[in-house]
Design a protein around this ligand. Structure first.
Ligand code: NAP
Length: 310
């Protein structure tokens, strides 16, 4: 085993992503001590039972005391409160990061809550499932998936060292790491993740409300494409409410574009413009092939779970 990258890691919020970070870090041997701060009493009891942390507490300031790496793995709109609760315990020189699906709002919240003596480096692993809670995590979740870091533009050596060390940590967990501007991240993820989830929530809601089609029929014949949407639409309501409210501008921008394109498709169907439909479906097929070629397709070895949520 290599020497740990961080002697002590604190994870605040230990659901699917927090517990996956812990399991992956343990498996890779890149952290020494691991302490969890978790708001839910039931989750705390379960984490003790599962035994993957050295200590579990409800007190974030206590958990982060002496930690070299602090990972906030709570829903996006809870990051600010969690960081404020933890701030008094943060060790000068610690790296503070998160795993939130939106980066602009989270970076603002972390920077507002944390003292200048720590290095704030927001992050987002592009991997997940529709499961939640401390049982849902697994060590392989980040293998061959991207983790995007959205550091400040500052170039001083201590800060850049903190960014490089965090990138090494994620690499050790199996992830490929890239740096990106936070606002650009939010625009990219609005189209690749947030809009697809909105469409899934909407189509499943529409099917449930459709007069003349029984709910039993929707379930029975779901293999015709609908089933994949229902998996996505089973994602955690708190997490996704927070994503849409904190990435409002980018989501509304791509939703506007999407709505225009949908109108064009509707027109092509109405007027029997088969060539337009054929041309689009051929282009999209190529995009799918490109995703498969890049190894980012869920039918790749996925350890029995779908890891394509973010
Ligand atoms: P999760 O399974 O619901 O876990 C979040 C945990 O944090 C819950 O146990 C929650 O407790 C706890 N919590 C909430 N507020 C807290 C606080 N102030 N202090 C301590 N603990 C707190 O959620 P998740 O799926 O791991 O998502 C966590 C983060 O990862 C989110 O920001 C999300 O955007 C991001 N992310 C998710 C995915 C995905 O596919 N799920 C992928 C990539 C990134 P309660 O249940 O009592 O509230």
């Amino acid at each position: 085993m290599p020497a740990p990258i961080y002697a002590k890691m604190a994870v605040v919020g230990c659901g699917l992503i927090g517990s996956s970070v812990i399991r992956a870090a343990r498996a890779a041997g890149v952290v020494g001590e691991i302490v969890v701060a978790e708001a839910s009493e039931a989750a705390r009891a379960r984490i003790v039972e599962l035994g993957y942390a050295d200590a579990v507490t409800g007190d974030a300031a206590q958990a982060v005391a002496g930690a070299d790496l602090v990972v906030f793995a709570v829903p996006v709109m809870s990051v600010g409160d969690a960081a404020q609760a933890a701030a008094v315990g943060l060790k000068p020189g610690a790296t503070v990061t998160d795993v939130g699906s939106v980066k602009g709002a989270v970076a603002d919240a972390l920077n507002a809550a944390c003292p200048d003596s720590v290095f704030v480096v927001p992050g987002h692993p592009i991997a997940g499932t529709e499961q939640s809670g401390p049982d849902a995590g697994f060590a392989e979740l980040f293998q061959n998936r991207w983790t995007i870091l959205t550091p400040d533009p500052r170039t001083d050596a201590p800060y850049r060292d903190a960014v490089d060390r965090l990138a090494a940590f994620w690499s050790a967990l199996g992830a490929r790491v890239e740096e990106m501007d936070a606002r650009h991240h939010d625009l990219v993820l609005a189209i690749t993740s947030h809009l697809p989830h909105l469409i899934a929530y909407n189509i499943v809601g529409t099917a449930a409300d459709l007069e003349g089609v029984a709910e039993a029929e929707v379930m029975k014949y779901s293999a015709g494409g609908f089933r994949d949407f229902t998996r996505i639409a089973a994602s955690d309501p708190t997490m996704w409410r927070d994503v849409f409210l904190t990435n409002k501008d980018a989501v509304l921008e791509v939703l506007g574009r999407f709505t225009e394109d949908l109108q064009a498709l509707s027109r092509a169907i109405r007027w029997g413009e088969g060539d337009k439909l054929f041309e689009l479906f051929s282009r999209t097929r190529e995009i799918r092939r490109g995703i498969v070629a890049m190894g980012q397709e869920s039918a790749e070895p996925n350890f029995g779970r779908d890891r394509d949520k973010h």
